[in-house]
Structure formats: C-alpha cells, structure tokens
Design a protein around this ligand. Structure first.
Ligand code: PHE
Length: 486
C-alpha cells in the first residue's frame, strides 16, 4: 500500500517534499513510508534525499503537565479565595508543592506569609500547558518560549529524519512483481507465457551446511595418535575414569602421605568408595617395598595401610593405566612393548586461565631390555620433532615413580622462549620389580597434556575457551584442520 502511494503520487507530482507530512496525509506510518523509500531508492526507482530536522518533544514531566496543567496553575487553583495554610496546601498538592509555589510566586500569582498562602490575582491562564500541547501537535512556538520550557526541562530536542523524494532513473508508476517460481497454477492458467521471472543469482551464497564438527582437542588427539602408530606404539585401554588408589599411586611407589593423595588434590569417590579386588600377592610385595624396601631399595619406612590403597578415585594421571599394563605384561613371558594412551584425567585444582579440574594426558612408554636415559632422550626427540617441536631441552625433575626424571622444554618460535611441554623418566626398580618384570627390563616413559599443544596450535590462551561450558560453539565449527608432521 505504501509503495503504491509513493509511486502513484510521483506519477502526478514532481516531488514529495517531506516524507513525514506525506505519511500523515496518507494515514500511513512514517516508518513504513521510509522503508519503502529506502527500498525503491535502492532499485533506483526513486531519488531520495535525506532531510534532518530538529524537533521538540515533551519530557516525561512535560507530558504530565500537558495532561494535568502546569504545576503553578494546579497550585494556584488549590488556593481558595480566602487563603489556606502552607501546611494544608502542601497536603493538598504534595508532588508539585515546591515547584508550583516557586513558579506561582515568580508570576506574582500568590503571596506566601509565614503560615498563610493567599491569592494575589483572581484568574490565571495556563500558558505553559498551552505551549506544551502546541508542541505535542507539532505546531511552532516562539523561540523565547522554547527556551523557557527547555530551561525547565519540560521539552528536549530530537533529531527527526525523513526524505524528500523525486522520480529516479528507473521510475515506473507500478513496480512489476517478478515471479520466483513456476507454479502448477501458472501452468494450468497458461499465464507462464507472460510472466516475467526473476533471474537466477548464481553468485548467491548457499545456506551454511549443518553438521557435526570436530573439537580442536579431537583433531590434535587424532594427529598425535597417528604419530604414535607410525612409531609402532599400541594403544592402552583408558576407558575407566575411576581407578583405585592402589593402581593410581601405590603401584607407582607413591607413598601414602604424599600431598597429591590428599583430597585437596584428588577427587575421591563416595560411592563405591573402595575397590573390590586387587592382586593379593602383588599387593603384599608393594606393601613390603613401601615399608621396608627390597630390590636394593630402603623403602620409605612407614606403616602401609591397605584401606588407603582401596580408596576409589578419579584417576589423576594415565600412568595408572600404564602401571596396570606393565603388571599384566609381567604376568606372561616377557616381550618388549611400546604403549601409548591419550585420555582424560582429573585433579582437584582451582580453575584459572591455564588449569581446569579435568584435562587430557598423552602418555607413551617403552618397555625393553637394556634401555637407558639416552634411549629416552632419543625417543623424545623423535616424538616431539614429529609434532613440529625439534628444539628440546631437559631439566632434572622428581617423580616418585621415575629415576632419573626429566622435565621437557621446547623452544616456542612464536613466543620466542622455552616452554615446559612435558615430564618423563625411567620407571624405578621399586615399581617394576614387585610386578615381576625381569631385572634387566627397563621402562622409559613420558607424559604431557593434550591441551597445551592444542592451545599453542590454535592460538588459544585461555583454557576455558577450549574446554567446558564457556566454549563458543561457532569457534568449534570454524576452526581449521590440524596437520602434524604427516
Ligand atoms: N604421570 C606424569 C604426570 O602426571 C607424567 C609422566 C608419565 C611422567 C610418565 C613420567 C613418566 O605429570
């Protein structure tokens, strides 16, 4: 309707001078007219010029006086010819008492005695209200009066935007509706012969395809998995998040008073709170080695408690799985093995930009006769250079289950500094011999988080942007492929 009104008017008239007035005359909302003008201008059917006008509109206070009268008049009318006490007048007009008396005194309409208020004139006109109503109706008033109302904050200025419109180069009095589809009705009626069809836009972008997408952690995990497989490693089964303290700590020669075994660091299970079965003869050997040593060790010299070992927890590292695997390996005839795993672990940590209470660990181990620290360093170079980190440094470290132990650092070209990327070592005889592994068998092993390389590769500096409930799903949808060393 609005479109026909605008195009039709221009057929007989040179110009629409003011879209606002035009809208009023036609009884169509200005917004609707403006939308039509914009669209027709875009298709060059019209030539539209902006017009901006400063307009006065009533403030909330102004609106209320336009309705109920100015406060000075309201107040004047509340004063009876015989006068009234200040107190009674205030009770009568509490909300406008102050402003009303102020203005009425200024206008010399009333007189305020110590107690009494009385009229000084018989009759007053509400000019303020009249001006406000005129402004409401869009009528012009004198600039002095405008200033007075502005000072009293009864009106404020507003920018009004509209258009003046002339015919454009492609003007037609009626826009032809082009068909977008050939319908059954078109065929039946035969009007398809006359219909003008909209042209195809072969450059239009299609609808985005909806589908699942892989999280960056999964992409990096897949790549690291490929590297392990290429290096001849077998995957360890890491499908149990719940582990007993025995396999997570005791089997790894981690003493029962170790701070990591505190509930501040580890999530213990309430239900079921303890494990049901452990290999009894092996448990006995672990107890012995903790309490009094053996295999060339002095042990820790404390009283080892079975109840501590029985406690169920959410595994704090995937090395718990490595200890199970090595124990299983020791039960048959020994054959060398290379194992890896990439899965989730849990720690009772305060959450910040680099720590969450759960993360993923990458773990690799090689179990063979005659392995040395040199082998470990060599394997780490091989593994990490396949990840694109070929500059490595090692720093002596401590783990209850490895000796010697080394922290792994890599030179980060982007950050231009050395960053810690993992931990490694050779498993202690105190751990391997009670399992029943032959004396000349060594195990070299290392572990790192999956999050650290993923954050570096994807340029994410807050772990909460990568994992957990605050992750932006569109980031997951858009993130690029991951290709590492393959
Ligand atoms: N379990 C160690 C950790 O949680 C990683 C590690 C694995 C260290 C194997 C040495 C050997 O940090």
């Amino acid at each position: 309707m609005a479109e026909e009104a605008v195009l039709g008017y221009l057929e007989k008239n040179e110009e629409i001078l003011d879209s606002g007035k035009f809208a009023e005359e036609k009884g169509i909302s200005h917004d609707e007219i403006v939308n039509v003008i914009k669209s027709l201008n875009g298709f060059r059917l019209l030539d539209a010029q902006d017009i901006k006008k400063e307009r006065w509109v009533l403030t909330q206070e102004g609106e209320s006086y336009a309705k109920d009268g100015s406060p000075e008049v309201q107040l004047f009318l509340a004063v009876p010819p015989e006068g009234i006490t200040r107190e009674d007048l205030q009770k009568l007009k509490p909300s406008i008492y102050k402003i009303g008396t102020q203005q009425a005194i200024k206008n010399k309409w009333i007189e305020m005695g110590k107690l009494q208020v009385s009229r000084k004139v018989d009759h007053v006109d509400d000019k303020v209200r009249d001006f406000l109503i005129q402004i409401q109706n869009g009528e012009a008033i004198g600039s002095d009066d405008i200033d007075a109302l502005k000072r009293r904050k009864l009106i404020s200025s507003q920018m009004w935007k509209g258009y003046s419109v002339k015919k454009g180069p492609k003007y037609t009095p009626k826009r032809k509706k082009v068909a977008t589809d050939l319908t059954r009705e078109n065929l039946l009626r035969g009007d398809w012969k006359e219909i003008e069809f909209k042209e195809y836009n072969f450059l239009a972008k299609g609808q985005p395809t909806e589908g699942g997408c892989l999280h960056p952690l999964l992409k990096v995990r897949r790549q690291i998995q490929m590297i392990f497989l290429q290096m001849g490693f077998e995957e360890m089964p890491t499908n149990n998040f719940v582990e007993s303290s025995f396999w997570n700590f005791d089997a790894l020669f981690q003493p029962q008073q170790h701070p990591a075994r505190d509930s501040h660091d580890t999530f213990f299970l309430k239900e079921p709170s303890t494990t049901r079965t452990l290999p009894e003869d092996y448990v006995e050997r672990v107890k012995q080695v903790h309490e009094s040593g053996g295999y060339g060790s002095r042990g820790y010299g404390y009283e080892w408690k079975r109840e501590e070992a029985n406690k169920n927890l959410l595994r704090t590292h995937t090395t718990a799985v490595s200890s199970r695997m090595l124990y299983a390996l020791a039960q048959g005839t020994f054959a060398p093995k290379s194992y890896y795993s990439i899965d989730r672990v849990f720690r009772n940590e305060a959450v910040d930009r680099t720590h969450l209470a759960e993360f993923h660990q990458i773990e690799g181990l090689i179990c063979d006769r005659g392995l040395t620290l040199g082998h470990l360093i060599g394997v780490l170079h091989d593994f990490f250079s396949r990840l694109g980190m070929s500059k490595l440094k090692f720093k002596p470290a401590y783990n209850p289950y490895t000796e010697p132990s080394m922290e792994i650092f890599s030179y980060h070209e982007g950050l231009q500094k050395w960053v810690e990327i993992g931990n490694s070592g050779m498993f202690r005889p105190e751990m391997l011999l009670p399992m029943g592994l032959p004396e000349d068998v060594q195990v070299i092993a290392w572990g790192l988080s999956l999050e650290r390389p993923t954050m570096i590769l994807y340029g994410i500096d807050n772990i909460r942007d990568l994992f957990g409930h605050k992750v932006d799903l569109s980031l997951i949808k858009r993130n690029p492929l991951c290709r590492l060393g393959i």
